[in-house]
Design a protein around this ligand. Structure first.
Ligand SMILES: [Cu+2]
Length: 326
């Protein structure tokens, strides 16, 4: 019977390798075909936009997700204790206080000191790039906030910055700073030294001199209405280096709006470097690969089915600059 067993073993190995080899080839052919057709159809796009393609969640992220276990299916609920919605603050220093509840399944914001990563809350002042809030037991203050009306938006995020998109994860408050005597030549900072906004005296001409390509308009709330459809830009942001630049995630939060593919009437439009507009019709993060070294702009907009911008205080069309270093 020994030779028989050996024979079965050989067959098994042959079958396994047979499955393996053609699959790899097929994938390679498919991705070549995709690239080829993308290049053929997008002839008007910028070189960058033409080379970008949507890819699945990177293996490294998929592994991190798996390693988290049930935590990834948490439904964290945020509560803003301070500032209270509608508060008037007679100081340019604004203290933030958040409470995290909901079905957390082990989800806890905390920075791992060895990897520099961890669950965190995205904090957005007006429509500026977010800053990360890692430890809710530690104070988080905004310093040098200009007089006037402002918004703050908050939502929990995973270590790789993909946001939780369940109900009650997102919170937004409006507050007013009065007689705060902020220095208008200086940006708003956090108590840990992160820049939250441009200096309000900056003009668009200075835009590239500041980190992360912030819009560089004076940071104020505008006429944003919490009850109307609202797109909150989250990612990409800042610098992407090495393997982290292979696939870059677009992530956003949607309030009071359902995308067409989710049974609603809105679409999210994005374009890179001013190139061809593309659409996202399901509310989830997407990953784009094919980036070249250097600075790139990413524009994200909420539009209706006819492609018209759905304005909400200027927040539904946001452009950021990112830097790619491979
Ligand atoms: Cu993040």
């Amino acid at each position: 019977m020994k030779p028989m067993k050996f024979f079965i073993f050989v067959i098994a190995v042959a079958v396994l390798s047979a499955c393996d080899v053609p699959q790899t080839n097929t994938n390679a052919n498919l991705s070549n075909a995709n690239t080829a057709s993308a290049n053929a159809t997008n002839t008007n796009a910028s070189p960058e936009a033409r080379n970008l393609s949507e890819v699945p969640r990177p293996q490294k992220v998929a592994e991190m997700m798996f390693a988290r276990g049930e935590q990834d299916a948490a439904t964290p609920a945020l509560k803003v204790l301070e500032p209270k919605d509608g508060a008037t603050i007679n100081s340019s220093t604004v203290k933030l206080k958040l409470e995290l509840g909901g079905d957390l399944k082990g989800y806890k914001p905390m920075k791992d000191m060895t990897t520099g990563m961890g669950n965190h809350i995205h904090v957005i002042l007006d429509n500026q790039p977010y800053e990360a809030y890692y430890n809710l037991d530690q104070e988080f203050e905004l310093k040098n906030v200009a007089d006037g009306e402002h918004t703050l938006r908050f939502f929990p995020s995973r270590p790789w910055h993909e946001s939780y998109k369940n109900e009650r994860a997102f919170q937004m408050v409006k507050f007013t700073v009065k007689n705060g005597a902020a220095n208008s030549n200086q940006p708003t900072m956090t108590n840990s030294g992160q820049q939250m906004s441009s200096a309000s005296a900056n003009t668009n001409a200075n835009a590239t001199a500041t980190p992360e390509g912030k819009d560089m308009q004076a940071s104020t709330a505008g006429a944003v209405d919490f009850k109307r459809p609202l797109l909150t830009y989250s990612r990409p942001k800042g610098e992407y280096k090495g393997a982290d630049a292979d696939a870059i995630m677009i992530d956003f939060w949607l309030s009071n709006a359902k995308l067409a593919g989710d049974g609603g009437e809105y679409r999210v439009r994005y374009s890179v470097d001013g190139g061809e507009a593309k659409y996202i019709d399901n509310w989830k993060s997407i990953w784009l690969s094919g980036w070249t070294n250097g600075k790139h702009t990413v524009k994200l907009e909420l539009v209706d089915k006819g492609g018209n911008l759905v304005d909400n205080g200027g927040y539904n069309s946001t452009m950021r600059e990112i830097t790619v270093t491979k």
